[in-house]
Ligand binder design. Structure first.
Ligand SMILES: [Zn+2]
Length: 465
């Protein structure tokens, strides 16, 4: 919507009565005003009015007076819209129908009852219902035509901005190709200088100073703030892990969206990098939050650990209560490792020093002695059922190897699209065979039988089907 703002000299073009209603007749097509608020600054009084048409607010139309308390001089800011097309002021499309149509479509809940508004678009005014819907990504404002029920306009009321941060991507062992790095009690040193990268932090929510955005939400104790949206810390500072987690989670979600998925954990993922001193991290489905431990190398200093945990959040979002059987649990761990592999492959290359199939190269320096240091690998040779240990992480390596092979054969984009699509069809307590078959079915529907045959062969090679 375009709005014309006219600032009229020092003499009020329109006398405004104290009640907030125009005292003299407004020019045709402008109708009335209602008082919104009066504010007092050091120098004067500022009064804001909402433009109305037959008592109904005109969306985006306003009128303001600024009176200098000393001189009595008044300036007017006239942002009223010309109401053309003589809009009807009686709705023929019911309020309740407008409310349920919008909240249903957006999978959200009503903020308050819809109210009538005049929407002026391309010179023509229409009566609409203003519907505010609370969604996982914040409030969405929709205007539904009160005559036809069609959506006139729709926009998120949350504004996102970019910021700047310093991160590891994916981690210093990979970036520096150095398997001899050690945590050194979380100390920063010149050894790490070339591992730091300055990046753009996207999707930050405007109007706040915290690391909160459309896809990631920092709930760490004493979370860092910046009014300039600059989050530059080194690894010895608590803000570093918070920035790293915000960045890597947001990037993972942006990648998912780039594949066409708009509803795979597409909300602000809560995460915490403080308060848990074990050398471990976890996703808690009951609170939908990820907690990163600080034992050994801080887990949120290694993007591959962040992506693994985010993998759990993805599956929990796709399938209610996912992971209720041993095999589903193993699929969860295997997918998390594979997901870390896939995300890492976009920012680092496969080298002899740090093979891409090695997950958590930096995190693992604290608890492994041989090199390359890996939490786990996704290119193991285990098969089902002979190598099953009834431990979800160990058994997950059979699953991650199948996904890794699919990725190698079909490429990252096709593989990840198939895998994410298939997961929507998993049951909470799925088993390897059912999940493998769901993945083959997704491949068939998305890309056809040749691609599906490749996917099937990779699962057969692991003994799942
Ligand atoms: Zn896990």
């Amino acid at each position: 919507m375009k709005r014309q703002l006219t600032v009229i000299g020092t003499v009020a073009a329109l006398a405004v009565a104290g009640s907030g209603v125009a005292a003299t007749a407004a020019p045709a097509g402008l109708d009335g005003l209602s008082l919104v608020k009066t504010k007092h600054s050091l120098l004067g009084t500022h009064t804001w009015y909402q433009q109305t048409w037959h008592g109904i607010p005109v969306l985006g139309g306003y009128y303001a007076t600024h009176t200098n308390d000393k001189t009595g001089e008044t300036t007017v800011a006239d942002g009223r819209l010309t109401v053309t097309g003589s809009p009807s002021v009686t709705a023929t499309f019911a309020r309740g129908k407008a409310e349920s149509a919008v909240t249903g479509r957006l999978s959200g809940s009503l903020v308050r009852n819809a109210s009538p508004v005049i929407e002026v678009e391309n010179g023509t005014a229409k009566l609409g219902w203003l519907v505010l819907t609370q969604t996982a990504k914040g409030t969405v404002q929709s205007v539904v035509d009160a005559k036809t029920g069609s959506t006139l306009t729709e926009e998120s009321t949350v504004k996102n901005v970019d910021g700047t941060g310093v991160v590891f991507d994916p981690n210093p062992v990979v970036t520096l190709q150095n398997e001899s790095l050690t945590d050194s009690s979380n100390a920063n040193s010149s050894t790490f200088t070339n591992a730091y990268k300055t990046v753009t932090l996207t999707q930050l929510t405007s109007g706040v100073t915290t690391l909160r955005g459309a896809y990631a939400y920092n709930t760490s104790t004493s979370g860092v703030t910046s009014s300039t949206r600059t989050y530059s810390y080194n690894r010895s500072q608590a803000g570093f892990e918070q920035t790293e987690a915000y960045y890597q989670i947001t990037k993972a979600q942006e990648y998912i969206q780039s594949l066409g998925f708009t509803d795979v954990n597409a909300s602000a993922q809560k995460f915490k990098t403080t308060g848990y001193t074990d050398d471990n991290s976890y996703y808690d489905p009951s609170t939908d939050a990820i907690t990163f431990g600080t034992g050994g190398v801080d887990d949120a200093e290694d993007a591959e650990i962040i992506w693994h945990e985010y993998g759990h959040a993805i599956q929990d979002d796709q399938v209610a209560g996912f992971g209720s059987s041993d095999e589903a649990g193993a699929i969860g761990e295997g997918f998390g490792d594979y997901w870390a592999y896939s995300l890492s492959s976009a920012v680092s290359s496969n080298t002899t020093v740090t093979p891409l199939a090695c997950i958590g190269d930096w995190d693992a320096v604290s608890y492994t002695s041989s090199t390359p240091h890996c939490l786990r690998r996704v290119d193991g040779t285990k098969t089902y059922p002979s190598d099953v240990e009834d431990e979800v992480h160990a058994d997950g390596e059979i699953w991650s190897r199948a996904l890794y092979d699919i990725n190698t054969a079909l490429g990252r984009t096709v593989a990840d699209t198939i895998i994410l699509e298939a997961q929507f069809n998993y049951t909470a307590g799925t088993n390897f065979a059912a999940a493998a078959n769901a993945t083959v079915a997704a491949a068939t529907s998305l890309y056809g039988s040749t691609t599906a045959a490749t996917v099937k062969a990779k699962f057969q090679a692991r003994g799942f089907i």
